[in-house]
Design a protein around this ligand. Structure first.
Ligand code: FAD
Ligand code: SF4
Length: 459
């Protein structure tokens, strides 16, 4: 009979980890992985596979872990997912594969993500059979080296295309490198997973901004036959309240880029970051949670201000749970009105308490201010994590590229084609901020349709 309780993941103690950037979840041992794999009942019509945006063959890889053939499990996953160590750690499994697992009807779902991570970590750096690729010499370009661009590039390279990725930063990875912190996703591991693309012959043009250093028209002139835009949604939003230009106010993007990509948390880093005793982070998503947990580790007594209630927070359950364990102070149903300061520096944030009212268009109860409940939280740093939108550099430098009113590039949902023949787009640039695996799914779909386009338009 299948055990009801899922196998616990060993973790760093909250008191210890709140002071370091080492990974929080330590991963399954072979014994724990096999124990968890044995809970899978091997459904004939597995719903979990359809719950995964790239349709990983979940029962197959889990059966192989149960048998102890980890290499076969890994190869089964990488048939459809090129970044399993990443997805096993950061996918919101509770809304995807694990949400539809049959075991979750009466108890806890199989820990699919943890098992995927186990298979990927176990095979990291090991020799694996290399597919023989027939090169066709046709050039394709990919803009942005985030999950969407990396997946698109990998799939095109496997089909024989000569792929170049143009990336604005000095390192590939997108949010995996600059946004998600080391304690959730170690950077050495992301680099190792990306290095698979070098082996496929993908070229990287780093420090290159599409739309500035090279335009889409110039890429076509240089002989690229099809172009994928995977430039993400990295432009931070602000609340437009008084005080947002005071010193000590950051966007979450800036703060996280300094900490993660530039490793400002290390004493010997050349990138400056101000360590303060107190901090307030505004927002309720994964980005807010990451910013709060980073600044906590930089020594600040940290509060999180969110205008709705805990139940409505969009962040992954695991991140909320970890943040609570680490003693972040949650100020729920609270909305900022103004950032206050002295001599140009932040000294506090003025907020008002909210209560939940009627449901709005999204089906969630609308938060409404409680009259006369204004109060000030004293703080030296404020981090705004209330959302992002696509950067307009590409759309403003490319004629005939359709965008909607939020700056999102308009695509045909079936093919990822944009309004320009031969130009495709996917990931956050085409959807607004979403998830790693959805971006990867879009990159995969685009690669398939780009190949069809290039075959039809050979000359
Ligand atoms: P990105 O990852 O944003 O990559 C875009 C790349 O394009 C970047 O490298 C950028 O430098 C480059 N670029 C941009 N403009 C140009 C240009 N003009 N020329 C050249 N290059 C350019 N999702 C999850 O599934 N789970 C999580 O736990 C999770 N946590 C997150 C935490 C944070 C802090 C953030 C910010 C996001 C998180 N997400 C999470 C969301 C997820 O990371 C994104 O949905 C995903 O990375 C989108 O992939 P992408 O390839 O579309 O874009
Ligand atoms: Fe689940 Fe993500 Fe793995 Fe798909 S890629 S099986 S959604 S953890």
């Amino acid at each position: 009979m299948t055990e009801v309780q899922r196998t616990k993941m060993p973790e760093q103690n909250p008191k210890v980890r709140a002071k370091n950037f080492d990974e929080v979840a330590l991963g399954y041992t072979l014994e724990l992985a096999q124990k968890e794999a044995a809970r899978c009942i091997q459904c004939k019509k597995p719903r979990c596979v359809t719950g995964c945006p790239v349709n990983v063959n979940i029962p197959d890889f889990i059966a192989k872990i149960a048998e102890g053939d980890i290499k076969a499990a890994y190869l089964s996953i990488t048939d459809t997912n090129s970044l399993p160590a990443v997805c096993g750690r950061v996918c919101p499994q509770e809304e995807q594969c694990e949400q539809v697992c049959v075991l979750s009807i009466k108890g806890e779902s199989v820990a699919i993500g943890r098992l995927e991570r186990f298979a990927a970590d176990s095979m990291m750096g090991k020799e694996l059979p290399q597919e023989k690729i027939e090169k066709n010499g046709i050039k394709a370009a990919v803009i942005g080296a985030g999950p969407a661009g990396l997946t698109c590039a990998g799939d095109l390279a496997k089909m024989g295309y000569d792929v170049t990725i143009f990336e604005a930063f000095h390192k590939p990875g997108g949010v995996l490198m600059y946004g998600i912190p080391e304690f959730r996703l170690p950077k050495a591991l992301v680099e190792k997973e990306i290095s698979g693309l070098n082996e496929l012959g993908v070229k990287f043009e780093l420090n290159t901004i599409a739309g500035k250093t090279i335009t889409i028209d110039e890429m076509f002139e240089e002989g690229f036959k099809s172009i994928f835009i995977g430039s993400g949604a990295g432009l931070p939003k602000f609340m437009n309240i008084p005080g947002e230009s005071l010193n000590g106010v950051y966007s979450a993007n800036e703060y996280l880029t300094r900490i993660n990509l530039m490793q400002a948390y290390k004493e010997d880093s050349h990138t400056p970051i101000k360590r303060t005793k107190t901090a307030v982070v505004v927002g309720g998503g994964n980005v807010a949670m990451d910013a709060a947990r980073c600044i906590l580790r930089m020594g600040a007594d940290t509060s999180l201000v969110y205008r709705r209630s805990l139940e409505e927070m969009p962040a992954r359950n695991e991140e909320i749970h970890h943040a609570i364990e680490e003693d972040i102070n949650f100020e729920m149903l609270t909305n900022p009105l103004e950032i206050v300061g002295e001599n140009g520096w932040v000294t506090g944030i003025k907020c008002i308490r909210m209560q939940l009212g009627e449901k709005d268009a999204s089906g969630r109860a609308r938060p409404v201010p409680v009259e006369g409940s204004e109060f000030i939280i004293p703080t030296e740093t404020v981090i705004m994590a209330i959302g992002t939108s696509p950067n307009p550099i590409i759309s403003s430098s490319t004629d005939n590229l359709d965008i909607n009113k939020w700056g999102i590039i308009v695509v045909d949902e079936e093919t990822q084609a944009t309004s320009i023949p031969g130009v495709y787009c996917g990931g956050d640039a085409a959807t607004g901020a979403a998830t790693v695996i959805k971006a990867m799914g879009a990159g995969k779909n685009a690669a398939k349709h780009m190949a069809e386009y290039m075959t039809k338009n050979r000359n």
